[in-house]
Structures are given as structure tokens and as C-alpha cells.
Ligand binder design. Structure first.
Ligand code: GLY
Length: 367
């Protein structure tokens, strides 16, 4: 390691790669980010931007705690990014209203609220009248759960801000660099080989390649350790905002933006890397959204897209140790890449510098 700080190669310029690059450069590392396409080309910019730490957790434990830590750290990062770049990443603590339109759904809300209360988190079970106070545009639900501490962010803005901040801090980005292999020497990562045969050396390598992570030779993840889970999203535009916060029913979630857009998500499909939008998914998302928020019938249908969440079989992210010295993981975040970006970057940077991490990553590490 040089006295000028370790040389670090980051594979992938999605939200994990950009956030890791920023955190590492802030601590004095000399960082190169290698991206086969362009920064933010994949799932990171395609996400709906829900910071739903509570709603995405299904039991008390390390993952639920990580999600809460992730929500808290991303709030701080949003302010820091505005100072560094002038970009408002549209971080808003707008809450999630989870709505049920039948008895089974209402029972699920109660069960979720019960363990959340036991864990000390804030959630309020409400009836239709109170739900309409929170979100007047809703079709009256049978019941609802209001998670007022949940937040949202605008992923494309977040990606731009992270990339600009990382570059200003000294990180170098290289587009069109497809990493074929992690170069190992004496059981330790020493750099990477990119398509065309060029070898780039480094003291540390960070794998932040999302759904493509286990396609890089030398990364000790077996087949299927990370695989793509397609999600389709539909974007609507209303003349003025119709929702105050995030709305979530069994069949759809709705993520509003300040400018009147509403993102509807999402499917969960294991179809390899087939990047298409299907008629059935668009129909289903639109039908569920209009059922929950009838005024959306008149919204403009702007566009629809699909992207690939990096799914892991236990649905837990891979953060920190990979089992190979000098090779670190920041991947497999499945449904929660945006939410967990800042905390992941802080953990990975702490591991590279052999400093105490801000959150114990051992449940998410490979040794
Ligand atoms: N974070 C929600 C999703 O992946 O659909």
C-alpha cells in the first residue's frame, strides 16, 4: 500500500460503485471505477427510490437493523451531496401508507405492525378515515398502516450527485471497461483484467457489479449466488402532485415525485437478462394503481422500463469480506440497493482501511 493511500478498483458504477468510490476517496484512497456501460446505466437509476426500511423488513434481526441504519445514513448523505454538488437528490421524509382492501391484507398489516412495535419502530394502524386524511386521493381502504419515518429519493439525481461528488473528490471513472477477471496473486486480489487483455493493478478491488457480479471470473461467488430479478416500472405524470407520500398496496407501490410524476412498481420476475416491458405488467400495474388512486386514470402515461435487481438466494446483501484478501463485496442488495447504498459504502471503506465499521457487517460477509 502506498503512503498516498491505497489504490482501489471498483467494478461497476451503479449506486454501490459510485457511493463506495465517494466514501473511499473521502478517506484518502486513490479510486478507479470501471463500468462496462456508463455510470448508473442499470438498476440504480431505474429504481423507484423508496427508502422503505421498515416496510421491506419482514422480521427483527440484522437485516432490519441494517435497513434502518441505511435509511439514517442516506439522510445524512443527501445533505452532504447537496453541499458537495448543489444537486437536490429529492430526499423527502414523506412516509409510507400501506393499504389493505381485504381482510387478509388487513391481517398482514397488523402482523407487521406488531413486530415493528415490539422492535421499537414507529407505525400507526389506521382506519379509512384517517388513511384519507394522510392521502386524500386514495380509494378508501379497509385499513392502513402509516410508517411516517420512511422516505423517498430520486435515484437518477442521486446517481448524478454521487458520481460528480466522487469525481470532485478524486475518483476516476472509466466507461466501456468490461472487467473479465479479478487478478489474484498468492491468494490475494491484486487488480483486474479487462476485456482486451489490459491488466490494472490495485491494493483492493470492490465488486459492485449488481446482477453481473458473479459473472466476473475470480469473484468467489458460485453460480446463482447473485442473479437478476427483473422489475418493471411505469411512470405517470399528473399536472400537480396527487400523493403526499409513498402508497403501497398488495399489488402495486406508488412513489411520487415533487413535479407530479408517480412511479408505479413493480414486477418480480426471474427471466434472466431479458430487458423488455410486457403488456401484462403494464396493464396490471396501471389497474392496481388506478384502483388505489382513481384520479390516476387521467394521468399521462410517460414511459415504462425494466431493470434487474441483484437477487441472492437468502435475499440478504453481500457486504464486506469476500473470502479473498483484498477483494470486497458491495452487491446482492436485491430490493434495497438505493436504501443501503450509503451504509454499504461506509462499511466497505471501513474494511479497506481496517477501521471499525459503522455497522457490524459479519452477517453479510463471506469468510
Ligand atoms: N424496492 C422495491 C423493489 O425492488 O421493487
Amino acid at each position: 500500500m502506498s503512503e498516498r493511500g491505497p489504490e482501489v478498483i471498483v467494478i461497476g458504477a451503479g449506486v454501490m460503485g459510485c457511493a463506495s468510490a465517494l466514501e473511499l476517496t473521502k478517506r484518502g484512497a486513490r479510486v478507479s471505477v470501471l463500468e462496462r456501460s456508463v455510470p448508473g446505466a442499470e438498476a440504480s437509476s431505474a429504481a423507484a427510490g423508496m427508502l422503505a426500511a421498515q416496510v421491506e423488513s419482514h422480521e427483527e434481526g440484522p437485516f432490519a437493523a441494517l435497513c434502518l441504519a441505511g435509511r439514517e445514513r442516506l439522510t445524512a448523505w443527501a445533505n452532504d451531496l447537496r453541499d458537495r454538488t448543489g444537486i437536490d437528490v429529492e430526499h423527502r421524509v414523506c412516509g409510507v401508507l400501506k393499504v389493505a382492501y381485504n381482510a387478509a391484507g388487513a391481517e398482514r398489516l397488523e402482523r407487521h405492525a406488531a413486530w415493528q412495535h415490539a422492535a421499537g419502530a414507529r407505525v400507526e394502524l389506521v382506519g379509512a378515515t384517517r388513511a384519507l386524511d394522510v392521502e386524500p386521493a386514495l380509494a378508501p381502504p379497509l385499513s392502513a398502516a402509516h410508517y411516517r419515518d420512511e422516505a423517498r429519493i430520486d435515484p437518477p439525481r442521486l446517481l448524478r450527485a454521487l458520481r460528480i461528488a466522487a469525481e470532485r473528490a478524486g475518483a476516476r471513472f472509466r466507461s466501456g471497461a468490461l472487467v473479465r477477471r479479478v487478478a489474484l496473486d498468492g491468494g490475494r486480489a491484486r487488480g483486474v483484467e479487462i476485456e482486451g487483455g489490459e491488466t490494472l493493478s490495485a491494493d483492493h478491488v470492490i465488486v459492485a457489479a449488481g446482477s453481473w457480479s458473479n459473472l466476473v471470473s475470480g469473484v468467489p461467488l458460485g453460480p446463482g449466488a447473485v442473479r437478476p430479478a427483473r422489475g418493471q416500472i411505469v411512470e405517470l405524470l399528473c399536472p400537480t402532485p396527487v400523493l403526499r407520500g409513498l402508497v403501497w398496496s398488495d399489488a402495486v407501490y406508488l412513489s411520487p415525485r415533487d413535479d407530479g410524476r408517480v412511479l408505479l412498481g413493480s414486477t418480480l420476475e426471474f427471466v434472466g437478462f431479458e430487458r423488455i416491458v410486457t403488456a401484462g405488467a403494464v396493464r396490471d400495474l396501471l389497474a392496481a394503481a388506478i384502483e388505489a388512486v382513481p384520479v390516476l386514470r387521467a394521468a399521462e402515461l410517460v414511459k415504462a422500463w425494466s431493470a434487474f435487481r441483484p437477487f441472492t438466494p437468502d435475499e440478504l446483501p453481500l457486504i464486506g469480506a469476500s473470502g479473498v484478501e483484498g477483494l470486497w463485496l458491495a452487491t446482492g442488495h436485491y430490493r434495497n440497493g438505493i436504501l443501503l447504498s450509503a451504509i454499504t459504502a461506509e462499511i466497505v471503506a471501513a474494511r479497506v482501511f481496517a477501521e471499525p465499521p459503522p455497522f457490524d457487517p459479519t452477517p453479510f460477509e463471506r469468510t
